[in-house]
Design a binder for this molecule. Structure first.
Ligand SMILES: Cc1cc2nc3c(=O)[nH]c(=O)nc-3n(C[C@H](O)[C@H](O)[C@H](O)COP(=O)(O)O)c2cc1C
Length: 208
């Protein structure tokens, strides 16, 4: 087995992290810039944390190019709110474009040909093309340093959820209709087209 300590270059740790923890769901996070324009960026270090209160988390790292904070956390710390839009297959190419480092204040919705629409409870806008939107109020932040490669965790309390009717059946989201996309290592993405079911064994079933 290849074994290594983690005190070398951050890039070595990073490439094995993203090659090991996958497929990762993708949060497309929209925030407001200081002048009220929109910012949009994908984050695959992303997970659900709590059902009630409904909390979700994602992890922006310090920019490796400049050693500074990314625009998304900068906006969240000022505005205290953000929207997480879930990525589906039909928009992956456009969303991929929003990961480009544009100058602060440039609107990634416009740049990528995506459509901002008003949220109900917060000022940050939702992405019309996404089939699920979570309107979030900023809750907590943990930072693991201020050098390139250092990550952080931002959590948000979801105060409003929007789900497209077309992906619902009997009040549940149907994965094959959502067609979510996952992130892998390097430039890899995953389609969820090979879903299978496995019943979870409850204690009573195991003891039979
Ligand atoms: C699919 C995908 C997933 C990404 N996930 C992350 C992530 O989890 N954390 C991170 O810091 N950057 C991630 N990035 C890079 C950011 O999207 C990129 O740095 C972006 O420019 C940040 O935008 P901002 O400065 O407007 O916040 C990802 C990029 C792509 C294409």
């Amino acid at each position: 087995m290849k074994s290594f300590d983690t005190d070398g270059a951050f890039t070595d740790n990073y490439k094995f992290l993203i090659g090991s923890i996958l497929p990762r769901p993708i949060a497309v996070v929209s925030t407001l810039n200081e002048d009220g324009t929109n910012n949009l960026a994908p984050f695959s270090f992303f997970t659900a944390v709590s059902a009630k209160p409904m909390i979700i988390a994602f992890s922006p790292m310090i920019k490796s190019s400049t050693g500074t904070m990314k625009d998304t956390p900068r906006n969240i710390f000022r505005e205290k709110e953000f929207v997480i839009n879930i990525l589906s297959e039909s928009i992956v190419e456009k969303v991929n474009k929003t990961s480009m480092e544009l100058p602060y204040g440039d609107d990634e919705f416009l740049f990528a040909g995506l459509t901002p629409i008003a949220s109900e409870k917060i000022k940050a806008r939702r992405m019309k093309e996404s089939l699920i939107h979570f309107e979030c109020i900023y809750r907590d932040h943990l930072s693991y340093g201020d050098q390139p490669g250092c990550g952080s965790i931002i959590t948000g309390e979801v105060v409003k959820v929007h789900i497209a009717e077309e992906i619902l059946e009997d009040g549940k989201i149907v994965t094959q209709k959502l067609r979510p996309i996952g992130r892998g290592v390097g430039n890899d993405y995953f389609r969820c087209t090979d879903v299978f079911e496995l019943a979870r064994l409850m204690k009573a079933q195991i003891q039979k």
